[in-house]
Design a protein around this ligand. Sequence first.
Ligand code: ADP
Ligand code: MG
Ligand code: ZN
Length: 609
Amino acid sequence: MKNLIKNFLIFFTVFLLIAALFSLFGGNGQKNEQVGVETLISQINSQAVAKIIIVGNEIRATLKDGKSEVVKKEAGDTFSQIVKNYNVDPNKLSGLLVEVQDNQGLDYWLATILPFLIPFLLISVFIYFMMRSVQGANSKAMMFGQSQARETGREFKGKVTFKDVAGAKEAKEELSEVVEFLRNPQKFSELGARTPRGVLLLGSPGTGKTLLARAVAGEAGVPFFSISGSEFVEMFVGVGASRVRDLFRKAKKGAPCIIFIDEIDAVGRRRGAGLGGSHDEREQTLNQILVEMDGFDPNANVIVIAATNRPDVLDPALLRPGRFDRRVILDEPDLADREAILKVHSKKKPLGKEVSLKRVAERTPGFTGADLANLLNEAAILAAMKNKKIIDLEEIFSSIEKVMLGPERKSRILSDKEKKITAYHEAGHAIVAHFLPRSDPVQKVSIIARGQAGGYTLKIPLEDKHMYSKTEYVEEIAILLAGYVTEQEIFGEVTTGATSDLRRATGLARKLITDFGMSESLGPRTFGEKDEMIFLGREIHEQRDYSEKVAEQIDKEISNFIDKAVHQAKGLIKIKHEFLEKVVAELIAKETLEKEEFEKIVGEKKKEE
Ligand code: ADP
Ligand code: MG
Ligand code: ZN
């Protein structure tokens, strides 16, 4: 609307300016010849004139030959007087058309008024724009403090309910209490029950925290105000706190409702732990959240749900009773949950008959809900690219690997030499993994580049696992180092292909000692305080809580673990050298070996528990 007015004003001004120029300099477009009164009289007498138009002090004559001319007369004189004065024969006038026009024509007006009007108009336009820009700046300044919470109202289409959240049984049970409370608050207040204020959803990224919060709103049929923690803290200092105030004000108006603060760790980190200025802003925002949550009318019927994947860094004040006193943990889905999630997400996807979602779930340990949704989407895209009408197991399995390891890079062409090295490297991983008693079976070995890796060996656990023993970790280090060891044994030197293996092996060895207390010589304690600090946007992770001497011991112990693992891998490679060569030959020929093909060479995996 404002734009329309603005455009119109600009257009109008330009139009007026052009019109003014025309009337001042251009006249009527065609140039009329100026003649004297005598000439006109003689032309009338010779009957050369066809038409006369009198406009103000001008007599405009059109001649019979089509020419036109203008005669200026005195203001007082009329045409008839002039004719009389010059004694023109009335008969000569009889054939002549005489017309008198008002001289108040448009151009007359423009010519007289514009010189006054234009400056006036220009000034008003100028003032108008000035006012507008000042107002604009003002209203923008007012907006800073407003929360950008998006409300999804009661009539929100495509409403999410608990049905859309597969698995997560305990979480849904916990939250159904909140739903009940939002639907039916009297039931609780009659018994004098204090209402829950805040619920904290904890879980790794992609486990469905945001989804679940929406589902709670959907189930209860209440509005849902959502904002992300990082939105509180923006360019301008002091905005966060006023945004919080605004958010809670809006929510109270819309009660009963849910406020959802996503990624609350962005503002809710432990106070007093950081360095630098932006930190202050966060503290104020957090304080404001605490104040608002305390200041709630107990019957306000507003429930705050917050989500985070870093509960360890949250300020203890947030977790006090009366604030986020309920904690709901979302675990990574187990086998049954994965199958259920796959079912939810395959609803609108035509799957082939042989596709068993159970088998897919078995192949995807450690996948979160988001990974699974992504996996099915990738499979659908892949099937569409092949012009298929249904999604087959084939597409799903290759999508699993894509989600796990990144896309295949078939275009990366290896020279024969590189191919040979990669084949030995991967075969080394696979052989060691196969013959170590506690490790998971090899699912696939490949020398096709994927994501960052030059090749890959895929192991998939037979069941979900939450605990690992020291033996398993030590075997894992040996498997990680097997590529390096094999290269060394066969070629006498190693390539850069082993870099990330080495880094992971070293990291794992360090964890065994410092986090898991699995080193005999250093004993059952942890080393290093994982304190969160933010400095210049980077997290400084570790704070030493041990002496220089212990640091030395840790380094030595890491080397011990690594040496043992190298020894173990080397032994296996030597004993199973025959198998290694066979696997390498197959890999060079086929590039990828599936579990069955691999086990045909090396025999079935014998796993010890
Ligand atoms: P988070 O907020 O925990 O990072 P989201 O709630 O954004 O994760 O989940 C991302 C997506 O993953 C959801 O939109 C949904 O499609 C899928 N998803 C995650 N968990 C589940 C689940 N339990 N059931 C169905 N879909 C899920
Ligand atoms: Mg989320
Ligand atoms: Zn490797």
